[in-house]
Design a protein around this ligand. Structure first.
Ligand SMILES: *[C@@H]1O[C@H](CO)[C@@H](O)[C@H](O)[C@H]1NC(C)=O
Ligand SMILES: *[C@@H]1O[C@H](CO)[C@@H](O)[C@H](O)[C@H]1NC(C)=O
Ligand SMILES: *[C@@H]1O[C@H](CO)[C@@H](O)[C@H](O)[C@H]1NC(C)=O
Ligand SMILES: *[C@@H]1O[C@H](CO)[C@@H](O)[C@H](O)[C@H]1NC(C)=O
Length: 440
């Protein structure tokens, strides 16, 4: 049995209250929103969520993959026979929804995946985006349940063999793909509940591995938090987003599929600033997506730190270090995987972390930018040393800028798929709010 954190129990008890307080209490009434809790693993920095799958309920701990194409489970372990499991028969609607499929196959591994390997089912290519390993697996449906009350029958997922989860934390049974596909988690929920269930979700990744929990909220809600200094005070962030367009990379960025647009969320960074000063030498060709799908900027929850194409990395780190030098902050030896490390001796701390130059991603015009402060920029190595939490992605990477999880923590991001826009707040720490302070 999974152990539930206080935060999850809180959400569960809230869901009870909510269902009691609804004006037309009816178990059939579709929810307007759903919430998944998010935890951060201390050493691997993987972000996970939990819900149940199957009948009877099998609790699942799953890696959260923002750009993942679909939900997939290790069907060999941690997922017992389920009476609501149905394999995706060739020619069925779920098969065509899951496309591009590899083909229609006989069960090849029947001995290992008891009950989860069937003849005449279609296979889908599934990628473990942490290890970039690909496997062909049976597509299937089963009931997922989120909290004690929301059952979603016939949810499409991939049923993988155990070796695909290698590289994920022990205890993780699979991956929740929130990507832009027909079988991505957000789109499946929306098409299931329809009507008032909006095709949007918000993500708030926790920074702390102990006390703090983050959230993914699907559907339309008000985003209300309390500040750390007063739990009775409400801070409503629903209208505090800045927006930029979500872009579709027309060429897949995954290793598992061909011939479909990328499931990743791309945004149009047009310039990068250090303390609001644009770095003029950046090669802007790298910032746009070319016809082969190379270049551009995407957001990732599986990359722990932002990865920049080499020439961009060099310019950002040089300019950042120059600003710190002017502040009399001494450079110290690199600490793998980081190259830019500094003594904390002349650095102060404030609400938004260590006081270092801000780095900004500028979008449509100079008034639309996402500014990163100390807590999202620096990684504390010790009391004496902090390092800039960016990595060099080498020359000619597939995507020039991959904004990673450390840079997303305690920021609220809203992915509005219907309107194709990303809403972002700056760090919530400025208002003494963390993701865990979300009020359902
Ligand atoms: C699967 O069944 C076994 C034996 O009945 C049980 O010990 C185990 O907890 C079950 N696993 C899940 C994930 O429900
Ligand atoms: C699949 O079909 C093959 C060949 O007809 C048969 O030998 C095998 O037992 C079947 N496997 C399952 C799981 O039904
Ligand atoms: C906390 O916030 C509530 C609601 O805004 C307010 O009534 C109360 O006075 C605040 N408490 C303190 C100690 O400031
Ligand atoms: C800018 O980047 C593009 C794409 O990698 C490259 O073809 C071009 O030569 C670069 N321009 C300069 C001035 O380095």
């Amino acid at each position: 049995m999974a152990t539930y954190s206080i935060f999850q129990l809180f959400i569960f008890s809230f869901l009870i209250l909510k269902s009691l307080s609804q004006t037309h209490p009816s178990p059939k009434q579709p929810p307007k929103s759903l919430i998944l809790p998010v935890s951060k693993h201390p050493s691997t920095l993987q972000y996970t969520t939990q819900f149940n799958l199957g009948t009877p309920l099998n609790p699942q701990t799953l890696l959260l993959d923002l750009g993942g194409r679909l939900l997939w489970i290790d069907c060999e372990n941690g997922y017992n026979h389920s009476s609501t499991y149905r394999p995706g028969l060739c020619g069925s609607a779920m098969c065509s929804a899951a496309k591009p499929i590899f083909g229609c196959e006989l069960c090849l591994f029947s001995s290992s995946k008891q009950g989860f390997c069937n003849n005449n089912t279609c296979l889908v290519a599934i990628e473990n985006t942490i290890t970039t390993t690909v496997q062909f697996a049976e597509i299937a449906i089963d009931t997922i349940s989120i909290g004690p009350f929301t059952m979603v029958p016939n949810f499409i997922f991939g049923c993988a063999s155990a070796w695909l989860i290698k590289g994920l934390d022990s205890g993780i049974n699979g991956v929740v793909g929130l990507g832009r596909t027909r079988i991505g988690f957000p789109t499946q929920l929306t098409s299931r509940f329809g009507g008032t269930f909006r095709r949007k979700f918000a993500l708030c990744l926790p920074s702390s591995t102990s006390k703090s929990n983050g959230i993914v909220v699907f559907g339309d809600v008000r985003y209300v938090f309390y500040p750390n200094y007063n739990k009775s005070k409400l801070i409503d962030l629903t209208t505090s987003f800045s927006f930029t367009k979500l872009l579709v990379n027309p060429v897949t960025t995954a290793d598992d599929v061909q011939g479909e647009p990328s499931a990743d969320y791309f945004i149009g960074v047009t310039s990068i600033t250090i303390n609001k000063k644009p770095i003029s030498q950046i090669n802007t060709t790298l910032l746009s997506i070319d016809k082969n799908g190379f270049g551009g900027t995407k957001i990732s929850t599986v990359k722990p730190y932002t990865v920049l194409e080499s020439s961009i990395y060099n310019l950002v780190t040089e300019n950042f270090a120059k600003e710190l030098e002017a502040m009399n902050v001494a450079r110290v030896a690199p600490m793998t995987p980081f190259t830019e490390c500094f003594s904390t001796k002349n650095l102060k701390y404030n609400l938004v972390g260590v006081e270092v130059p801000n780095i900004g991603f500028v979008f449509e015009n100079e008034d639309v930018y996402w500014e990163l402060h100390g807590a999202n920029l620096m990684v504390e190595i010790s009391r004496e040393v902090v390092c800039l939490g960016l990595l060099d992605g080498g020359l000619n990477p597939r995507t020039s800028i991959v904004i990673g999880a450390h840079q997303l923590e305690d920021n609220l991001l809203q992915f509005d798929l219907a309107a194709s826009k990303l809403g972002f707040t700056s760090t919530l720490l400025e208002q003494e709010v963390e993701c865990a302070n979300f009020i359902v």
